[in-house]
Design a protein around this ligand. Structure first.
Ligand SMILES: Cc1ncc(COP(=O)(O)O)c(C=O)c1O
Length: 356
């Protein structure tokens, strides 16, 4: 095992899950979002842990769904994103549920020879990303009602700014979706899963008419809510130390030049591991409780930090990138001018995940 590891704390996952259940209705169903390798936390490990506790897993595409099936995950899997017609056929054969987000896909499945085709319908209410348009709903209902093989098990939409507590746009999206749900329920016998809320939707908005939620980020302990516990700690170790004289430079492009004597440490983590290159000369890592500035450009596999103020640093000393009691993935995201999602999803596969 290399020195750069992502520690995944199962107890914190449990705590976040119980905070989730406290914040949803008792009988509310859960589609646990574990796309992008469970936001970098390990989709198979997370799925195994929650297979008996939730109703569905949500992934981005067929490949992610197949990985879970191959790992013998029992719960239903919903593909939330991109799916080609060929993949739709494959999903049906593999008993993987997919999202219909375009009318052409419904027309395609309407002609397929399978006995039962289960899917969720995504409706666009303002995100202008995936989802059928509201003015297509009548046509859609007509097709579904004329073909008993089509089993629309769920309907959903996605909020564009659920993180803003008093957003009038979110209110509009919710009420628009409610109207459509009422219309669909009048026309179609039973919809088992009605869902809209991601983590911020759950924590910030009251959405009574839905019976299902789609949490992702909050389970991994990220977001601004103080009750959440970040699950991942990303750490590495010092592999080399050197002393700089005034005037000496560090890393590619010589963007850092020492003004005074400096002690620097080299750590084996770079942008290929998921440490954003935009933290060059800007971000901080932690060694023995000290905030150590990144000096020069972050390289593909290595980064240099200032350990001048660290008491007798040694090869093998731990360096924390985020987690523990130090900065969070959100702080790193802020310094890198991005979001925590981007940081944790970007931790690449060569970083060993350790579960405790
Ligand atoms: C359609 C959909 N639902 C739910 C989620 C989960 O969102 P969050 O991680 O903010 O809880 C996502 C995440 O991107 C998503 O794309």
């Amino acid at each position: 095992m290399g020195p750069t590891i992502a520690l995944i704390d199962s107890k914190k996952l449990d705590k976040n899950f119980s905070y989730l259940t406290k914040n949803i209705k008792n009988n509310s169903k859960i589609i646990m979002i574990i796309k992008a390798n469970a936001y970098g936390h390990g989709a198979i490990e997370v799925a195994k842990k929650f297979d008996k506790k939730i109703d569905y897993f949500g992934v981005a595409n067929l490949q992610e769904a197949i990985e879970l099936k191959e790992a013998k995950i029992k719960k239903n899997i919903l593909i939330l994103g991109s799916i080609s017609n060929e993949e739709i056929t494959d999903s049906i054969k593999k008993n993987i549920i997919f999202t219909i987000y375009d009318l052409s896909q419904l027309k395609f499945i309407n002609k397929l020879p399978f006995k039962r085709i289960k899917f969720h319908l995504k409706i666009d209410t303002g995100m202008n990303r995936l989802g059928v348009s509201i003015n297509e709903i009548d046509k859609i209902l007509k097709i579904i009602n004329m073909n008993t093989k089509l089993n629309m098990e769920g309907v959903y939409t996605h909020l564009a700014e659920a993180d803003i507590k008093k957003s009038s746009f979110t209110k509009k999206q919710i009420s628009l979706f409610h109207e459509i749900v009422i219309k669909i329920q009048k026309s179609v016998n039973r919809i088992d899963f009605i869902h809209i809320a991601n983590s911020s939707g759950i924590l910030n908005h009251n959405i009574d008419f839905c019976n299902t939620t789609r949490p992702g980020l909050m389970l991994y302990g990220l977001g601004t809510n103080k009750n959440l516990n970040p699950v991942m700690t990303l750490k590495t170790k010092i592999i080399k130390l050197r002393d700089l004289k005034p005037g000496e430079s560090v890393s590619y492009g010589r963007t850092y030049i020492a003004k005074s004597k400096k002690k620097i440490a080299i750590v084996p983590i770079g942008y290929a591991d998921g440490l954003p290159r935009s933290l060059s000369n800007k971000g901080y890592l932690f060694c023995k409780g000290n905030k150590c500035k990144i000096l020069g450009r972050v390289c593909m596999d290595l980064t240099m930090i200032d350990v001048t103020n660290v008491l007798s640093p040694k090869i093998g000393d731990d360096v924390i990138i985020f987690g523990d009691k130090y900065q969070s993935a959100m702080d790193i995201g802020k310094s890198a001018k991005t979001i925590a999602y981007d940081i944790v999803c970007g931790i690449s596969k060569r970083v060993t995940r350790l579960y405790k």
